[in-house]
Design a protein around this ligand. Sequence first.
Ligand code: ADP
Ligand code: MG
Length: 263
Amino acid sequence: CPKERSTKMGRIIAIANQKGGVGKTTTAINLSASLASLGKKVLAIDMDPQGNMSSGLGVDKNEVEKTVYDLIIGNIGIEECIYEEVIENLDVLPSNIDLSAAEIELIGVDNKEYILRDEVNKVKEKYDFIIIDCPPALSMLTINAMTTSDSVLVPIQCEYYALEGLSQLIHTIELVQERLNPELEIEGVVFTMYDARTNLSLQVVENVKDNLNQNIYKTIIPRNVRLAEAPSYGMPINLYDPKSKGTESYLLLAEEVINKGEE
Ligand code: ADP
Ligand code: MG
């Protein structure tokens, strides 16, 4: 029964929203690290050519030799690209700017929507969670992430245009469900960069709750400067500042994600 399997080993979650700057990468880094700190074995896959998830987890994107790009164009298998135990319990499949060429190189290639899935299938039994950071576009890279995943988690920034582009994203997810991956679910929405001092953040949360018929995580990620600082030290928030609000909130989110899978 595929439903049962997806709630046990190797639950694969894509962090997606074609809007840039909404907190995808911050969520991908810190959800991965929080799950790992709770004893889950995690693989973090960076599907964004900017490589910010890789560097934020301490993998130098300019030094790495084997990346998602090599895997996508079929140079090498997934095992060769994985950097093991970058942090305890956390493996990373990094990317860098090379990946920006992949889309072009895939023109005319058969089954290009499934390249990542076929590779991830080889290793997914080793992991409790696989977290995929998507680029800010509904591109072939994002489609590859969605065909690989059990669910999509959508970060929404608490700002005025929060709902803009969401219907496009949901439409894309529905197309993938219809044509490429019928098992794909919408994991839910996570509010990010919530500013308790403004009415706007509160209004955005209320507005999205009223207008979006999706699961919404109880945990809301606050705006926290420590979350913005951590990547330049190559550390997730729980290592950079264990006592920060950012650490606390991403741990709560990780617990919610775990509990949702066990429902
Ligand atoms: P995306 O991956 O969607 O483009 P990022 O995660 O890179 O978004 O976040 C965009 C910017 O906002 C980054 O500079 C990041 O450090 C900052 N940021 C993200 N989440 C928070 C937060 N909760 N508090 C403060 N700054 C944040
Ligand atoms: Mg990003």
